[in-house]
Design a protein around this ligand. Structure first.
Ligand code: ZN
Length: 125
């Protein structure tokens, strides 16, 4: 697995994107208590809501099918995309950073090609 997206971007998105707003844009939510929201699970068929979202921990969990996670895994699951796409999508949604500022699979950045093309695992700039 290549880790192309810096943690600070992921953290910025996580802190700016309220999971309640994001999930609420996909499915209708009902407030079920202080910081707790419930919904019909989007990942399995059900008649009574067992899908719950915690605003405090910014996590969701379905007691019916067992799916759970954070805002990124929700988008990945719901949109059927991989992590980097979910990050791009949420970055655009929450206006954290312009999507083109997020390094993605070796796209050309503003820099001209560097001399040392193969810099696998180099944490420095
Ligand atoms: Zn479920």
């Amino acid at each position: 697995m290549n880790k192309t997206i810096p943690d600070e971007i992921v953290d910025a998105i996580r802190s700016r994107c309220n999971i309640v707003d994001i999930i609420g844009s996909y499915i209708p939510l009902k407030k079920a208590g202080s910081g707790i929201w419930k919904a019909l699970c989007p990942f399995h068929q059900e008649k009574t809501p067992s899908f719950s979202i915690s605003e405090q921990s910014q996590n969701y969990h379905c007691f019916g099918c067992g799916k759970g996670g954070d805002v990124f895994s929700f988008v990945m699951e719901k949109e059927g995309v991989e992590f980097s796409s979910a990050v791009h999508l949420l970055a655009a949604r929450c206006a954290v950073v312009a999507a083109e500022n997020i390094p993605d699979k070796r796209m050309n950045t503003a820099e001209p090609a560097a001399d040392n093309g193969e810099s696998a695992g180099d944490p420095q700039k």
